[in-house]
Design a binder for this molecule. Structure first.
Ligand code: NAD
Length: 303
């Protein structure tokens, strides 16, 4: 099918590439011309703005880094809202349910359907097409795009209520954020007392402590100290803050989530928003006076 795709970053680029490889005709736009050019060499058509994309495709997908970018791309003066052909806007970004509903309401005035479709599974999942794709919106439109979304991952229909897929995604990411900092604290504790962090991770992954941080992030980006998993600290903190706002809006006060939120505020302050989110272990290491993994082949170096 003809698909417009806006936002060709760490997630958007591999998702767009997979759609082309699956035989869909893509019209693409990004503020970064080099990302557009790379997809054109794979067979996509280049557009000059989100409106231009929406002039040429009934279905427009977006994968953008901030709430403001999603709002602007969807409803700004050169946004998809001004497009002639567009019938549905699929936001693959994580924006929280409040922003999703705001975009939904603005697009509805122009008879454009919004499908929330945040994804989980990281850059590796986007490259392999194994993301969890959470969709909310009208089921008739969902049926039209279901098989295209199947190219990027396993598709789950969360419900018709606007924003509900965003709530699902925030629940997922709270757990992912918790896993990174909680596993970092557990491993730093072990290293401080002299345990080998590589052995610790092997044991945890064979035991009941196993989680996505111990399974994926520690072996790939923390123990080798490459800190290049592919998700920015700024994006993780965006999601944790959105989750806390969502909880407050529901009248909830949740102790673990709030503690996790405080830890991630320390990470963004000390490591910066552009750092990889696996850098979250560094402030915890610093406070304990240890380094986990690295040149010694995964052994602890006690300062
Ligand atoms: P990214 O920063 O790598 O990519 C964003 C892209 O959007 C960039 O290419 C940027 O140039 C482009 N862009 C920004 N503003 C634009 C605008 N106004 N018009 C056109 N293009 C614009 O971010 P990412 O890591 O790919 O994340 C995208 C979304 O996916 C975020 O909502 C993030 O929370 C979510 N997400 C990311 C991951 C991950 O592991 N990276 C996993 C799941 C979900």
């Amino acid at each position: 099918m003809d698909i417009g795709f806006i936002g060709l970053g760490k997630m958007g680029y591999p998702m767009a590439r997979r759609l082309i490889e699956a035989g869909h005709q893509l019209t693409v736009f990004d503020q970064r011309q080099e990302a557009v050019n790379q997809l054109v060499t794979l067979g996509a058509s280049a557009a000059s703005s989100p409106k231009d994309v929406a002039d040429r495709a009934e279905t427009v997908m977006a994968s953008l880094p901030s709430l403001q970018a999603s709002l602007e791309v969807a409803t700004g003066s050169s946004g998809v809202i001004e497009g002639k052909l567009i019938k549905r806007f699929i936001d693959l970004s994580t924006v929280g349910s409040h922003m999703a509903v705001r975009i939904h309401d603005l697009l509805a005035k122009q008879n454009i359907v919004q499908l929330d479709s945040p994804v989980s599974g990281g850059v590796g999942g986007a490259e392999k097409g194994t993301l969890a794709v959470m969709v909310s919106g009208p089921s008739a439109d969902f049926e039209i795009v279901k098989s295209a979304l199947g190219v990027i991952g396993k598709v789950f229909f969360i419900g018709e209520k606007p924003g509900s897929a965003q709530t699902m995604k925030l629940a997922n990411n709270l757990l992912s954020a918790t896993a990174v900092v909680a596993t970092s604290e557990a491993v730093v504790m072990g290293v401080k007392s002299g345990l080998d962090p590589a052995v610790m991770i092997d044991v945890i992954n064979a035991g009941s402590g196993m989680n996505t941080a111990s399974r994926d992030k520690f072996p790939r980006a923390i123990l080798p100290r490459s800190f290049d998993f592919g998700f920015a600290t700024g994006l993780m903190v965006k999601d944790v803050r959105l989750c806390l706002e969502e909880m407050k809006a529901l009248g909830l006060s949740m102790e673990v989530a709030e503690a996790v939120g405080r830890l991630w505020e320390v990470v963004i302050r000390e490591m910066g928003p552009e750092s990889d989110f696996t850098s979250a272990i560094k402030p915890i290491e610093q406070a304990a006076g240890v380094v986990v993994g690295g040149a010694k082949g995964g052994h602890a170096a006690i300062k």
